[in-house]
Ligand binder design. Sequence first.
Ligand SMILES: [Zn+2]
Length: 91
Amino acid sequence: MKFPRSMRTYCPRCKTHTEHSVSIYKAGKRRAAKLGERRQAVRKKGYGGQKFPLQHNQAKVTKKQSLKLECKECGYILQRKGIRLKKAEVV
Ligand SMILES: [Zn+2]
């Protein structure tokens, strides 16, 4: 699905409709020093291994993709609710 590079929508900080720049949300880089990663490393240490079941047989062929909208007036960033798409692109 194609999305416009900018769209006019409601900004909760400006409390009115303003122009927003559109991009597709991407997960941040995993950092080894962060608490969740350290905790998981402790869990996996020693005998026992994986502490929660990993999903192997995926039923779904798509991933939820959400849009990141940045207000051009105040810089406030909001996200649109994720929808299942095979391909999302900003044109
Ligand atoms: Zn704004």
